[in-house]
Design a protein around this ligand. Structure first.
Ligand SMILES: [Mg+2]
Length: 293
């Protein structure tokens, strides 16, 4: 058992995934190379995503979290509509990827082929066959029935992805899927602020839905600290005006770890992924920041 634990820990250090590399293989590797000397490849990096994609695709907990988000959103929507005042029509804004649509088959493909975004991404969208996340369709149908305007604000590329996205959403029977409400990112556009402002101009934007902090607001800077500050500042908004949904597979949280630069070497990206981790140290019986440099 001791040997197994040690091996698993080493696999994590090496950037591999437990279950993929056997104890024997690890022993063989360590005979010739120390973890520091081990070369980190793109394959190692993509395999680090196995557990997050497995959780997202197979766990009951992921499904329950989506239901929790959309169930509580329904109650909040009722409450907000009850107190709605003014001439502007109530509206909601939803992100698409991992908020309404489940793209985890693309993430699994990326692991299998050891590729990274955007390789294969536009082909996946063109297929138009992403399934909806739990609870999304029921909630959207309910909001539609209640007379709420629904805007889908996604950073999918308007030019390349509109057709596939439109087909996917229509085939799923999602409400209000048309040019006015399905807003993809146009050339030269950065972030979602301008599109949200456009919605606010003629509507009372009562709720926003996303799997990413940027689906709610555009912070001035993107650092771990500023993102945490944003959440603290809006602590009463989550579960109320803001409905956040689970996505452990990718997101601006990951970009923040890399300082926004995905073009770094696999070795560097691996290091950046690990250096913010807080470790338990059994010797000192404390927790501390990573010593991996
Ligand atoms: Mg998203």
């Amino acid at each position: 058992m001791k040997k197994l634990i040690a091996s698993s820990a080493l696999v994590v250090l090496l950037g591999g995934t437990s279950g993929v590399v056997s104890t024997e293989q690890v022993s063989a590797n360590t005979a010739t190379k120390s973890p520091q000397q081990e070369e980190i490849t793109k394959k190692n990096l993509t395999e680090q995503s196995v557990m997050s994609v497995a959780w997202y695709q197979t766990s009951a907990e992921a499904k329950a979290l989506y239901l929790q988000g959309y169930n509580s959103a329904k109650d909040k929507l009722d409450e907000k509509l009850k107190h709605h005042k003014g001439k502007k029509k109530p509206a909601i804004v939803l992100d698409l990827d991992e908020t309404v649509l489940d793209n985890s088959p693309y993430q699994a493909y990326a692991i299998k082929e050891h590729i990274s975004f955007p390789e294969g991404w536009h082909e996946w969208i063109a297929m138009g066959s992403a399934k909806p996340v739990y609870g999304a369709k029921e909630f959207l149908k309910y909001a539609d029935k209640k007379g709420v305007e629904i805007f889908y604000v996604t950073d999918r590329d308007h030019k390349q992805d509109y057709k596939g996205t439109y087909k996917n959403m229509k085939d799923l029977g999602m409400p209000q899927v048309n040019k006015e409400h399905l807003l993809l990112k146009k050339e030269g556009e950065h972030g979602k602020d301008a599109r949200r402002a456009k919605v606010r101009k003629n509507h009372d934007l009562i709720m926003l839905f996303g799997d990413n902090i940027l689906d709610f607001d555009e912070p001035k800077e993107s650092t771990l600290k500023s993102r945490t500050e944003f959440v603290k500042k809006h602590k009463k908004d989550f579960g109320d005006k803001y409905i956040i949904l689970p996505n452990p597979m990718y997101g601006s949280w990951e970009a923040t770890l890399y300082g926004g630069d995905y073009g770094q070497s696999p070795e560097q990206l691996d290091k950046l992924r690990k250096q913010e981790l807080t470790y338990f140290d059994p010797k000192t019986k404390t927790t501390k920041k990573s010593e991996i440099k």
